[in-house]
Design a protein around this ligand. Structure first.
Ligand code: BES
Ligand code: ZN
Length: 562
């Protein structure tokens, strides 16, 4: 049972969707219809998930009833079925506040001349723009048609032919995705390319030039890429995530366009989901670590193959440190891999624990059995469960059968924290940076000329109560163009009350809606009375530009502005 869906796929299981969308930018709504196909059934009703939808009519049904709205789950839509029924059609409209859509006005885009729309369905937001069985245990194929006003180009995460789209492989609903705007396309290779606004497309194509290499790297390890094309879509800066692994079309934040490929681990990550997540999917949101832990493990293996061991080690150490930091602020019950989510919003379970602790578990297993055997295991795991949604128990059964290990699996998965015996990552390059940090703190000079983004991040995080004025003077951090370095610096500036960096911080918070950046900055600001005032002022101006998901997060930190 999925506690985050009203649907009953055990009674009637929807297999295919026909989607029709008319994008009404003038009213910020989608006028839609969805035809849901299922095996002929004698069940009396079909229950769908919805949130804030206006249901106009249901065809081929005996009636329908929209239930009371639950603040987390939305409203069940109960549809009465004729005997032997195998399809129904729902005509509906979304509402402007739909949690899974963001409608951007022209000023919020790179080009400033056309509006933009994009969806973000994970975890349980597909129901805010399509009435369906919104559980990752339910997989559907679909076909879609999208009408847009002239001058705007629409894409779905599927095979494309003009305004028609089709997904012939069964996917969970959280992977259904749509975007429209002033988009241009640039090929990256035979089966890959990038969509972005015209003013961003060159930078995007340069940044993602290694995409084909990455695809080949995963294929060599874990078997063929099974989704046809792999394209990327660069979104406007309000996109609340780093990336989203929508099939055939990864959605990405523009904040990874650093100019030097230093932040493309995100591409490796979203691409890796084509195996872990999209091919083998978590059956419930409590099994989320099966998606993300496996993906971070694969991401690092891609980085190692494409950029070398040293890069992989640095990323692994950064992740390991962030995990410890985050765990310190979480209740014990959220430091486990299989987390209890009943009565909670699944977005609450999206901490670094499923990502980094999950990846560390797989790394620890790899260390015990050796890389060759572990890769063989993973390859057969992806084959065995291809196009299925599975639980943690199913993974454990399969692992115990195919690859018995002494790693204490139950402790890793069901108990808080990192067990003894974890395969801890190390980086010699970081050791040298730590020495440099110590020298610098004693007043010495250091040579940072050839430093990568990862070295900078580790350097900044290694400093203890540094002289922020000196840091800024020597390294011009307030002018950093790399979003990760800038974010790290701004966080330190707020912690140390370093006023000269505040204008840059305000500008950053106004321009960027990526939750990973917003959350720590607002949290840090809220720790002092002056910071609180500043946070409220910045947020009340910036909020309208953030995605509903980011708004909900920051409302919880700063409070909802009146
Ligand atoms: N699937 C996630 C994004 C997500 C998770 C959206 C949960 C909604 C609910 C995506 O693959 C992801 O993990 N993105 C990360 C980047 C990654 C490199 C760690 C992000 O957005 O920061
Ligand atoms: Zn992910």
């Amino acid at each position: 049972m999925d506690v985050h869906s009203f649907s009953r796929p055990d009674q009637v299981r929807v297999r295919h969707l026909e989607l029709e969308f008319d994008l009404r930018f003038d009213r910020k709504i989608v006028d839609g219809s969805v035809t849901l196909h299922f095996e002929a059934t004698d069940q009396r009703d079909l229950v769908l998930d919805t949130r804030d939808l206006q249901i106009h009519a249901v065809e081929n049904a005996t009636g329908f009833e929209l239930g009371a709205r639950d603040p987390i789950l939305g409203s069940p839509l109960k549809i009465g079925l004729e005997k032997g029924c195998s399809w129904v059609r729902v005509r509906y409209s979304t509402t402007p506040g739909a949690s899974g859509l963001q409608w951007l006005d022209p000023p919020q885009t790179a080009g400033k001349r056309h509006p933009f729309l994009y969806s973000q369905s994970q975890a349980i937001h597909a129901r805010s723009w399509i009435p369906l069985q919104d559980s990752p245990a339910v997989r559907v194929t679909f076909q879609g048609r999208v009408r847009t006003p002239a001058g705007l180009y629409a894409v779905m995460a599927a095979e494309r032919a003009g305004e028609h789209f089709k997904m012939t492989r069964p996917v969970p609903p959280y992977l259904i995705a749509l975007a429209a705007g002033d988009l241009e396309f640039r090929p990256l290779g035979e089966r890959s390319g990038v969509f972005a606004e015209p003013s961003v497309i060159d930078a995007a194509a340069r940044e993602f030039a290694d995409t084909e290499k990455m695809i080949r790297a995963v294929e060599e390890m874990y078997g063929p890429y099974r989704w046809g094309r792999y394209d990327l879509l660069v979104l406007p800066p309000s996109f609340p995530f780093g990336g989203m692994e929508n099939p055939c079309l990864t959605f990405a934040t523009p904040t990874i366009l650093a100019g030097d490929k230093s932040l493309v681990s995100l591409v490796a990550h979203e691409l890796a989901h084509s195996w872990s997540g999209n091919l083998v999917t978590n059956a419930t949101w409590s099994d989320f670590w099966l998606n993300e832990g496996f993906t971070v493990y694969l991401e690092r293996r891609i980085l190692e193959k494409v950029y070398g061991r040293e890069r992989e080690e640095m990323e692994a150490v950064l992740g390991r440190r962030e995990l410890d930091q985050e765990m310190a602020s979480l209740p014990e019950s959220d430091r486990v891999l299989h987390i209890a989510l009943a009565g909670r919003d699944p977005d609450d379970g999206c901490t670094l624990v499923p990502y980094e602790k999950g990846a560390l578990l797989l790394r620890t297993i790899e260390h015990e059995v050796g890389r060759e055997r572990f890769d063989q295991f993973l390859r057969s795991y992806f084959d065995h469960f291809a196009f299925q949604s599975i639980t943690t128990e199913q993974f454990l059964d399969y692992l115990r059968r195919e690859l018995p290990v002494t790693v204490p699996l139950d402790e890793w998965i069901f108990r808080p924290g990192v067990p003894a015996g974890a395969a801890e990552p190390h980086s010699d390059a970081f050791r040298r940076v730590e020495e440099a940090a110590a020298r610098w703190q004693r007043g010495g000079a250091i040579d940072t000329g050839s430093w990568s983004t990862q070295l900078w991040l580790h350097f900044l995080r290694s400093l203890e109560a540094p002289d922020l004025g000196r840091l800024d003077r020597e390294f011009h951090l307030s002018e950093a163009g790399n979003s990760e370095i800038l974010h790290q610096w701004l966080l330190m500036a707020v912690r140390g009350g370093y006023e000269p960096a505040y204008p840059r911080m305000e500008q950053f918070l106004a321009a960027v809606g990526r939750r990973k950046f917003l959350k720590p900055l607002y949290t840090e600001l809220m720790k002092t009375p002056e910071g609180q005032q500043r946070a409220r002022r910045i947020y009340s101006a910036a909020r309208a530009g953030y995605h509903p998901i980011a708004q909900a997060t920051i409302d919880g930190i700063v409070g909802k502005p009146q």
